[in-house]
Design a protein around this ligand. Structure first.
Ligand SMILES: C=C(O[C@@H]1C=C(C(=O)O)C=C[C@H]1O)C(=O)O
Length: 420
């Protein structure tokens, strides 16, 4: 069911992209209201304003959003002097994990600043057929500190969550399914309205290997790229298999070596790679799947990681591919349907937009979609309450105490980003 008719009057989109000199860090160009962000290692996109949006619920949310975007951009007049992926009009999107009560959205910002390969640009758009305003950067208000933040258990305490993990392990051992990803939430309260630029700046500074994102109240820094489509090439970074870091680099190296040999983690990783490769196969004429994963070192945890690459065989957009890939075994489980049922039964949590695609798409259908992990969902109007999420892949050999500790480590990036 859609919340807006697909055939609703399609506005006349006009977009203009101009090259600009280095404006400084992308995040420093953002005004405080509703920042739209996709940044990694200083490159990416930062947008604001809302020229158009599409909200949608239900199992066809990806295809309906894709249709809306194609309709909007098909007749667009685009003057683009930079011609890189992400120039011209782009929409930022954030989707829900399942068909529950929360909407998914695509947002077309009024202004986007971008940086890539030593070039910077600004795109402005209008949807009434007029020439958009001449691209310029507004002067922005200084970033406000959040003040002392408090944290409390969400739908379950840590101990309760450990018990549902134990329950899942025994059901896996009884042969009900192979893997399920179980998540928990933590509630953060800030004494005053949160300036989202505060946590975003800290996340992108501390986690440069992750994609820092902010779309429609969901923000975080994810290490997992569900899909990138760029000029006929498709890539995906699959993660599964995790250990916590200890702050002792020598010990961490030994742990990384043990992670790369751990049969429990390698098996869990294999499920995740297989689910992504199978879902990407219909979109690709050829695919490269490395035989062994590498260890991705992040400041809080290390993951087993595999980068898949393929050549596209059709016209499917990056968003349609993201929809086909979701939910991968990295955030759902194996087999998918059984895992989703168990998640619903055991978690007692509306995941909202956690563990679901977040990213951007341009008018050619190219784009990048990460999985919204290591993230928080902000209360829309007040912006004083946030739900933080973390989940762990549970397989036959999982130990509930270790999984609880892993979930604590995965909550660290957002917790730290919120503290003053
Ligand atoms: C579900 C999350 O992470 C996923 C689960 C992982 C695991 O269990 O090893 C690793 C990376 C992610 O694919 C999360 O961070 O919330």
């Amino acid at each position: 069911m859609t919340s807006a008719p697909l055939t609703a009057q399609v506005p006349a989109l006009v977009a203009r992209t101009v090259e600009i000199p280095d404006p400084g860090p992308l995040l420093s160009t953002l005004p405080s209201e509703a920042p739209l962000v996709w940044v990694r290692r200083g490159e990416g996109l930062a947008g604001w304003g809302e020229a158009a949006r599409f909200d949608v619920k239900g199992s066809a949310r990806f295809t309906e959003a894709d249709k809306w975007w194609r309709n909007l951009t098909r007749t667009a007049v685009i003057r683009d002097e930079v011609q890189l992926p992400g120039t011209g009009p782009v929409a930022f999107g954030s989707f829900t994990f399942d068909d529950g009560p929360t909407s998914s959205s695509l947002v077309l910002p009024e202004t986007v600043v971008g940086h890539r390969e030593g070039r910077w640009w600004v795109t402005t758009v209008s949807v009434n057929g007029d020439l958009p305003p001449w691209p310029s950067l507004p002067s922005v208000a200084p970033i406000k500190r959040p003040g002392p933040v408090t944290f409390a258990d969400g739908s379950r305490s840590g101990a309760e969550w450990g018990r549902i993990v134990a329950d899942a392990v025994s059901r896996i051992n009884a042969g009900e399914l192979e893997k399920v990803v179980l998540a928990r939430e933590l509630i953060a309260e800030t004494p005053r309205q949160l300036d989202l630029r505060w946590p975003l700046r800290r996340l992108s500074d501390r986690y440069p290997r992750c994609w820092t994102f902010s779309v429609d109240g969901v923000l975080g820094a994810t290490p997992e790229l569900l899909v990138r489509r760029e000029r006929g090439l498709v890539t995906s970074r699959v993660l599964a298999g995790t250990i916590r870091r200890t702050r002792d680099d020598v010990h961490d190296l030994a742990l990384a070596a043990s992670l790369a040999r751990s049969s429990k983690d390698l098996e869990e990783h294999e499920f995740a790679v297989r689910s992504v490769a199978d879902a990407l196969a219909p979109f690709c004429s050829s695919m490269n799947i490395p035989e062994t994963p590498f260890v991705l070192h992040l400041p809080n945890v290390m993951h087993l990681a595999t980068d898949l690459a393929g050549v596209t065989s059709g016209q499917a957009s990056s968003l349609l591919m993201a929809g086909a890939l979701h939910p991968s075994a990295a955030v759902g489980g194996t087999p998918t349907k059984k895992a989703q049922e168990m998640i619903r039964e055991l978690e007692a949590l509306d995941r909202g937009r956690y563990a679901a695609p977040v990213g951007w798409i341009d008018s050619s259908g190219d784009g990048e979609w990460g999985i919204a992990l290591r993230c928080a969902q902000v209360d829309s109007s007040e912006r004083t309450r946030l739900r933080l999420f973390a989940g762990c892949g549970i397989v036959a050999g999982s130990d509930p105490t270790a999984e609880l500790a892993e979930s604590v480590a995965k909550l660290v990036p957002m917790r730290d980003a919120l503290s003053t």
